[in-house]
Design a protein around this ligand. Sequence first.
Ligand SMILES: Cc1cc2nc3c(=O)[nH]c(=O)nc-3n(C[C@H](O)[C@H](O)[C@H](O)COP(=O)(O)O)c2cc1C
Length: 173
Amino acid sequence: MTENILITYASRTGTTAGVADAIGKTLSEKGIAVDILPMKDVKDIGQYRAIIAGSAIQASKWLPEAIEFLQKNREEISKKPFAAFQVCMTLAMPNGEKYRQGVSEWMEPVRKIARPIKEGIFAGRLDLKSLPSFSDRLKFKISILMGVWKEGDHRNWNEIKQWAEDLIPILIK
Ligand SMILES: Cc1cc2nc3c(=O)[nH]c(=O)nc-3n(C[C@H](O)[C@H](O)[C@H](O)COP(=O)(O)O)c2cc1C
């Protein structure tokens, strides 16, 4: 087993990858060795001392490949300190904080696989150009025009950094 912590993610347009990088940077600055990998590139989860896993939210759910990853590695994950985070646009809505409790329920399938010692729920980014599907671009364009949310990067880097710092004492005992 290495001393490294695995930070792994599922991301469609790079936003969750950026959150994983920021968590990794915070831990590295505190002298903790990390590997930051998309879930599809994780080869041997057994070698890590702790796991941090995150997914973008689509249709109120973790991405299917993220849930598959957790299911496939359930046994190893349940043996180690495990933290989970999700990235979504609901928290970036005007008064989005009032939906935090509801958004937290999207973590329930994760909790059923392996109970996280800490959960992070972060506002993400909406970049219409980066959405591959025309119907998604149209749907989001309409939601922007209706004032549901604003296009752009809503990640709160201070909040993400603080979450990662608070994780250290419970992840590394
Ligand atoms: C097809 C699609 C569906 C989405 N569904 C939701 C949703 O149900 N709730 C939400 O809060 N955000 C939703 N989002 C917003 C994403 O979670 C947000 O843009 C996130 O930052 C994307 O992360 P990624 O770049 O790592 O894929 C959706 C985005 C897309 C493209």
